[in-house]
Design a protein around this ligand. Sequence first.
Ligand code: ADP
Ligand code: DP6
Ligand code: CO
Length: 332
Amino acid sequence: MKSIGRCRAHTNIALIKYWGKRNEELFLPMNSSLSLTLDAFYTDTEVTLDSTLDSDVFFLDNVKQGDKETAKITNFLNLFRNRANIETKACIKSYNHVPTAAGLASSASAFSALAGATNQATGLNLDLKTLSTLARQGSGSATRSIYGGFVEWFMGESDLSESSFAIPVDDATWDIGMIVIAVNTGRKKLSSRVGMKQTIDTSPFYSSWVETATKDIEKIKKAISEKDFITLGEITESNGMKMHATMLGAFPPISYWEPDSVKAIQKVKEIRDMGLPCYVTMDAGPNVKVLCKRSDMIEIENKLLEDFTRDQIIPSSVGEGIKLLSQDEWNY
Ligand code: ADP
Ligand code: DP6
Ligand code: CO
């Protein structure tokens, strides 16, 4: 017996960051976070439940993955198998249209797409809120990729797994865009998971980080509701820098930055000083993301081209939430 599910999920970039878990097993975060889903980067995943298989098999970009990567997928699928009361093993084929493990949020689109595809394959028919809580348990940032536009992920209450999920805040169709400056799309040496744990355990700035992120969430939601782009950008840039400052305070210090990250940040400031509003944010990797008005994107790209090559500059409009893919839409 075979049962197939196929799903596409887009990546999201946090404007107010998640950087630490209060419960590692359940992926419950230290603070709520807020993101923008991106159209340009996504993951397509197919899950085939197959009663003839003895164990799960996982292919990423056509490459069969080893035990460690497959075990992560197995643990995640078990959340669904337990609910469906089945033990059937699966073949998982996933394709990243985003560099893997480069700080461009591949884990967000990955586990969101896997949640959507597994939901379909198991026939569980879970709603988006439940899928969001399940995606969270694959990778925290995946909680938010279930939805498009601006998305808030609630930190939830104590150890209650079902209290921590994402909701769409605003569809971001009011002249919002993001440009990725690809500084280095190779794999990072320190995963987000390990980096955030080390930060909680050793950075003396950690409690201030949580306090400030909690305040930033309220400020940014107000800016979004008022469609106030300048305030949105200012809070975004400030929050991202505070996260990186918190990491620098860890022992040993953590930095995902490269020389070209600094070059990109300075260039964005220069462009802003010329009168084009645009703001940077960075995640667990050296790549720089520029939050800007969609209508200014071409002009900003042209300025960035003075210092970066065409293939380093990837413009994106706002992405949608997860969607199931039919066999005809599965072009692999
Ligand atoms: P990123 O910045 O790309 O999110 P992370 O360190 O958070 O980096 O996560 C990268 C990890 O996510 C990979 O090492 C892999 O375990 C997992 N991952 C990425 N893409 C996929 C995928 N399509 N399917 C399953 N797991 C994936
Ligand atoms: C800096 O969601 O990748 O991108 O939950 O351990 O899988 P795990 O980590 P992940 O961390 C993302 C960190 C970030 C900020 C963010 O996306 O909010
Ligand atoms: Co990630």
